[in-house]
Design a protein around this ligand. Structure first.
Ligand code: RIB
Length: 323
């Protein structure tokens, strides 16, 4: 009997049922506004796995769910997509849920209840899951112990380890950075990381802000990225693309101009597309980032998160038009 080849990309992370309300503008405190409702599969880890799998990488998602109806949605979604998943059941916890508001400009506000994701444990991640993996990806939407264990296991298996520090948390342990070969923060997460490290070092530097990040020369951002101690740092900058920072220098990779209907999950699309690109381009991070940009650009042209991730044929067609 033929044995299945191991997956090239292993994503350990969150699965969440997204509950999304669209409204013209976000309500202010005390205000009620009328909108429309949809629901579907989401969660940063799962979105990344779906993006990587649809972009063409043989992918395995590993995460925790409850034993409720939302868990059944998760299983069915992965079956329909033909992407491998290992859902660890946590009968005493609910499947994670997110309340997402999306306004007419496609921007979002999110509250996540981690539920089962928060109790994903080291014991749920045996070494066999990582055997043969080329890229291991994790984020901060599970227990932090599980995230650290995933990165350690990836290293042991000889994979490239990728940490997406999302959502950034006050209990984030900077020791996690030592386990990552590649760190992919967005602007908010990058600013928070820089400030956290400065405060741990009792630095007299004033608080770094997103406004400063937007205004400063890229060489300054690169210098700040070097302080994080991760060999490759990719700061995603929304429409502006991303900054790729490595010991030998930095480069800016432009984003694609598209008409955005929903930017929720764009960062996940980038990370998943990037992971698939790392496999496709044998570890070439710039080429992988370009694939990530294309996947992210296409993802924002459709509503929703995981269901909005583009398939490989769409990405290739898009790249042809942008060449
Ligand atoms: O990054 C977008 C995701 O964040 C959503 O799918 C939601 O589930 C939250 O986890």
């Amino acid at each position: 009997m033929a044995t299945q080849p191991p997956p090239s990309v292993v994503v350990v992370g969150s699965y969440v049922q997204d509950l999304t309300w669209r409204c013209a503008t976000f309500p202010i405190a005390g205000q009620t506004t009328i909108g429309t409702f949809t629901t579907g599969p989401g969660g940063k880890g799962s979105n990344q796995a779906i993006a990587a799998g649809r972009a063409g990488a043989d992918t395995l998602f590993v995460g925790a769910v409850g034993t409720d109806a939302f868990a059944a949605v998760a299983e069915a979604f992965y079956r329909e997509n033909g992407i491998a998943a290992r859902f660890v059941p946590k009968p005493r916890h609910a499947t994670g849920t997110a309340a997402i508001l999306v306004n007419d400009e496609g921007q979002n506000e999110i509250v996540v209840a981690l539920g089962a994701n928060g109790v994903l444990a080291r014991a749920d991640l045996p070494p066999a899951l990582f055997a043969g993996a080329k890229v291991v990806v994790t984020q901060l939407e599970t227990s932090l112990a599980a995230a650290a264990h995933a990165l350690r296991s990836g290293r042991r298996a000889g994979a490239i380890t990728v940490l997406n520090p999302a959502p950034m948390r006050t209990d984030f342990d900077p020791a996690l950075l030592k386990l990552a070969d590649i760190l992919i923060p967005n602007e908010t997460e990058f600013v928070a990381l820089v400030n956290q490290l400065a405060s741990a070092a009792n630095s007299a530097d004033s608080i770094y802000t997103e406004a400063q990040l937007a205004a400063e020369p890229p060489a300054r951002t690169h210098a700040r990225a070097r302080e994080l101690g991760v060999p490759t740092v990719i700061v995603t900058l929304g429409k502006r693309g991303c900054l790729l920072s490595q010991a030998n220098g930095y480069s800016l990779i432009a984003g694609h101009r598209v008409k955005a209907v929903d930017t929720t999950g764009a960062g996940d699309a980038f990370v998943g597309g990037f992971a698939a690109g790392l496999v496709e381009h044998a570890g070439d991070v710039a080429a992988a980032a370009r694939l990530g940009q294309a996947v992210a650009a296409l993802s924002v042209t459709k509503p929703g998160t995981a269901p909005a991730m583009p398939w490989r044929r769409e990405v290739l067609k898009f790249l042809k038009t942008r060449a």
